[in-house]
Write a protein that binds this ligand. Sequence first.
Ligand code: SF4
Length: 334
Amino acid sequence: MSEPHSGSTAVVAADSGDQEPSSPVPTGVPAADDANPAVHAAGNGFASGIAHSLSDRTSRLDEIRARARARDEAREQAREAHAYVRAGGIRRRRTPEELKNVVERGQALLHGTSLPGGPGTQREASAEAVIAWAVREFGPWLAVASSMQDTVLAHLVSRQLPWVDVLFGDTGYHFAETIGTRDAAELSLDVNIVDVRPELTVAEQDARYGARLHDRDPEKCCAMRKVAPMKQALRNYEAWATGLRRGEASTRRNAPLITWDERNQVVKINPLAGWTDEEVEEYAARNGLVVNPLHDDGYPSIGCAPCTQRVENGADKRSGRWAGLDKVECGLHA
Ligand code: SF4
């Protein structure tokens, strides 16, 4: 018994007993591609095009994977080398007195004179020059701090000190966009991101101090989740570079390029102190850098989610931070 046929096939019945029975043939289609060389060739070309395209994609993926592996290896080697230096493998960490002398030398070299146009006037050094000095002076004993509002400072420093440690204060209260910016920075820049975390998780803090401490006592919350962990992390370094800029807030109006950070007992370097918002944006655009998407969504200053609000056009850029409270700084830069 023959198999039932389906679709648009038809059976051509045998018209005499001495003929072979006909095979089922699709209506309007040649019995086999072999019967039509053009169709056969087109079919082969199509198949080989797909094969080529798949093989191109596979080799591109292989290249991307190889590059990612090479980056991971380079990061790991640099991490070990930097850790070796900071463990005293080449020299010990300098004492506060020695580091204060370094600050004085740096200020004399890089700070401008205070009388614009006067005799002996010297312009303040550029961000690149300040970073070059810091890299010469500290090498792997230098860290960068980043809130992941943008990646400009991390990029600037990594160009002169590849795989520099970038300290990210991971408070547990960040916007998803900020964590995404952190991850994108790790993938796209030659940096080593170090997540600086508080002793207590948010759940542990809630259990010990009650929920929403940030609403009731933001000073205490910032002290535990930002200031203390960063102080602890900075014990591994002689200097930190921050993205502090004079134009950001009245509290930052006098930010120097180089200073002694008494609280953390390290040298503090603010290479972008004199940069405007436009200069930061222009640098990020020119170098194709990752910027926190919230920045273009009404958040000119980005901190923890519970303590950061959108800001009206033209309003003080930091007015969305701890809005309605008598608090303008978290304490890291006090
Ligand atoms: S910014 Fe707000 S949530 Fe973040 S540590 Fe400070 S008080 Fe806590």
